[in-house]
Design a protein around this ligand. Structure first.
Ligand code: NAD
Ligand code: UDP
Length: 311
């Protein structure tokens, strides 16, 4: 039995990753400061004696006994990462240094949850790992994008300088149960609005695109990457099915049988126009591709938002 650290384990992806790792017979330590994550996401794990929670801010160094690290701690929704942008950069950059030091000292593998946001507003479509990106360094989103870019730099410096066993995945838009209703990301916003027959808030003209991947598929890719030999990445992980925000809204209105109408609000600054992963590398190196299509994943997520929450 090995002991695995999941930083950001109380969030959307982290909570599903903790579950899956426990199911596979591991001990799991979830480190989180509960900025966006909640204990509610971990309720079904609390009775498992191999599961522990550590309330800790990753920007502070820490010493632990571990066998693997998955580094996910960082708010992922624009409204949350923009709330305190300096804290967001510190979480990515200082957090990465603290976790890499731990991995170096313990001589254990470490996986970084990097992001498609490192490509910024991409000029290459679909996005390949070899593309260096188009990020506005002084824009509001830069605290997240540049923090994640610098974290990748640190991972590769620790790999070159200290031979740390690194694994970097560039994750594209992910959705599923355990998104907060006030998460602010588009899938949860549209579902919550549709279920309440409220206006669906489309930012801009709704012709911008994203490619949404169900959380279980992402978690499987992360575990496969961690278990791979000699793969450092970066490797793109996401669902290549690209939709406009108008199409997403129409699909959610249909699946929820909602009376909601679409309303158009200003587009946030530096909002990427198109995003779609090229997952050739993931297919070749990890033998991975997403299994859950958008309609199926949305139905599961809609069921989650319909079910009563513990108070
Ligand atoms: P989330 O906001 O649901 O979860 C992030 C978790 O990190 C939360 O539990 C939060 O409380 C915790 N956290 C934040 N700052 C922290 C700090 N300073 N110390 C300790 N814990 C802290 O986000 P998510 O969607 O689960 O994303 C998880 C990771 O995956 C993030 O690193 C994100 O950048 C990356 N990612 C997510 C997506 C996506 O679409 N969801 C896409 C690409 C990359
Ligand atoms: N978006 C929208 N309405 C919302 C929330 C988001 O139209 O209520 C848009 C947003 O402007 C972006 C896309 O949906 O173009 C995806 O936004 P999200 O915050 O989910 O992810 P990201 O922009 O980080 O990819």
């Amino acid at each position: 039995m090995i002991r695995i650290l999941v930083t950001g384990g109380a969030g959307l992806i982290g909570s599903h990753l903790c579950s899956k790792l426990l199911e596979s017979g591991n001990k799991v330590l979830c480190l989180d400061n509960f900025f966006t994550g909640t204990k509610e996401n971990l309720l079904q794990l609390m009775d498992n004696s191999y599961f522990e929670i550590l309330h800790h801010n990753i920007i502070n160094p820490i010493s632990l006994e571990l066998d693997q690290i998955y580094n996910l701690a960082c708010p992922a929704s624009p409204i949350h990462y923009l709330h305190d942008p300096v804290q967001t950069t510190k979480t990515s950059v200082i957090g990465a240094i603290n976790m890499l030091e731990l991995a170096k000292n313990l001589n254990i593998p470490i996986l970084q949850a990097s992001t498609s946001e490192i490509y910024g507003d991409p000029e290459i479509h679909p996005q390949l790992e070899s593309y260096w990106g188009n990020v506005n360094t002084i824009g509001p989103r830069a605290c997240y994008d540049e923090g994640k870019r610098c974290a990748e730099t640190l991972f590769f410096d620790y790999y070159r300088e200290n031979k740390v066993n690194i694994k970097v995945l560039r994750i594209f838009n992910t959705y599923g149960p355990h998104m907060r209703s006030d998460d602010g990301r588009v899938v949860s916003n549209f579902i919550v609005q549709a279920l309440q027959n409220q206006d669906i808030t489309i930012f801009g003209d709704g012709n911008q695109t994203r490619s949404f991947c169900y959380v279980d598929d992402i978690v499987n890719a992360m575990i496969q990457m961690m278990d791979s030999k000699d793969l450092t990445g970066p490797i793109n992980i996401g669902n290549p099915m690209e939709v406009t925000m108008n199409e997403l809204a129409d699909m959610i209105i249909e699946l929820t049988d909602s009376k909601s109408q679409k309303v158009y609000l200003p587009l946030p600054k530096d909002d990427p126009k198109r995003r779609k992963p090229d997952i050739t590398l993931a297919r070749q190196k990890l033998n991975w591709e997403p299994k859950i299509d958008l309609r199926e994943g949305l139905l599961k997520t809609i069921d989650y938002f319909k079910s009563p929450r513990p108070s």
